[in-house]
Design a protein around this ligand. Structure first.
Ligand SMILES: C[S@@+](CC[C@H](N)C(=O)[O-])C[C@H]1O[C@@H](n2cnc3c(N)ncnc32)[C@H](O)[C@@H]1O
Length: 242
């Protein structure tokens, strides 16, 4: 029987790597890259070894060309950033920027975030997760490719520390509504604002995709939720089937 191919949230384009991006990849990967390996658990201990220190950790999924990642890492040198993307030229571009700006608090993975989270990341290791402007997949028949889906968010919650946060942003209104529905239904999360949506915090850099969306007249929706532990079951209710 042939194995069914998973539905991915991206299509790998054969985008050409510029010589500078290729150099970023060649020189930066051995210093800042972490290879995907499903047999290698990325827990707090392994991460501290990769970063060379213990510090609060944010994972960014889909950093594009990495401009926002660099800005955030410079804003908070006392935090660690684990940056994930699948697009080679973008990975090369981020690595090049890290080298140029001598940034030491970012580590990079070039792999599907769904697999990294499901097969490699330990539990309760992340203080925050950023998913800024994930591919919108606007056509209805492509909605199944959208990254923010119930099973993936559930898997992310496992990796968040108690009170760790998940911050999503999109410029597609119906994707914002989908994000809102998925986060609302996740019992391991609670919105920091009852409405679910918040204004863009000052520290979140305006990204390339966001600027493009705004030029097209799109709105922007930010959603932030924190991990909360499930309500403790009252003594008298234990054993009652739901
Ligand atoms: C629309 S771009 C947004 C980039 C950036 N966050 C910004 O706002 O400019 C989405 C990015 O997510 C990446 N991506 C899509 N699915 C991914 C996945 N499953 N794992 C890692 N990266 C992914 C794409 O390669 C792309 O770089």
């Amino acid at each position: 029987m042939t194995e069914r191919r998973p539905i991915r949230s991206y299509v790998l384009r054969q985008g050409r790597m510029s010589p500078a991006q290729q150099r970023g990849l060649d020189e930066g990967w051995p210093r800042w890259g972490i290879d995907f390996d499903a047999n290698m658990l990325l827990d707090a201990h392994a991460l501290a070894q990769h970063f060379g220190r213990h510090a609060p950790l944010v994972m960014e999924i889909g950093f594009g060309m990495g401009e926002g990642t660099v800005t955030m890492a410079q804003q908070r040198p006392d935090w660690n950033y684990l940056a994930l993307d699948v697009h080679g030229p973008g990975v090369g571009s981020l690595l090049k920027k890290l080298e140029e700006a001598a940034i030491t608090n970012v580590r990079v993975m070039r792999h599907d975030a769904v697999e990294v989270v499901e097969r490699m990341l330990g539990s309760e290791i992340l203080d925050g997760v950023h998913v800024f402007f994930p591919d919108p997949w606007p056509k209805l028949r492509h909605h199944k490719r959208r990254l923010i889906q119930t099973p993936f968010v559930h898997a992310l919650v496992r990796c968040l520390k108690p009170d760790g946060y998940l911050h999503l942003a999109t410029d597609w209104e119906d994707y914002a509504q989908q994000m809102h529905a998925v986060l609302s239904a996740e019992t391991g999360l609670a919105f920091i604002d009852p409405k679910g949506y918040v204004s863009r915090p000052d520290w979140r850099p305006l990204t390339r995709f966001e600027s493009r969306g705004m030029n097209l007249g799109h709105g922007v929706w930010d959603l932030v939720a924190r991990r909360r532990d499930a309500e403790p079951v009252a003594e008298g209710q234990k054993g009652i089937p739901s």
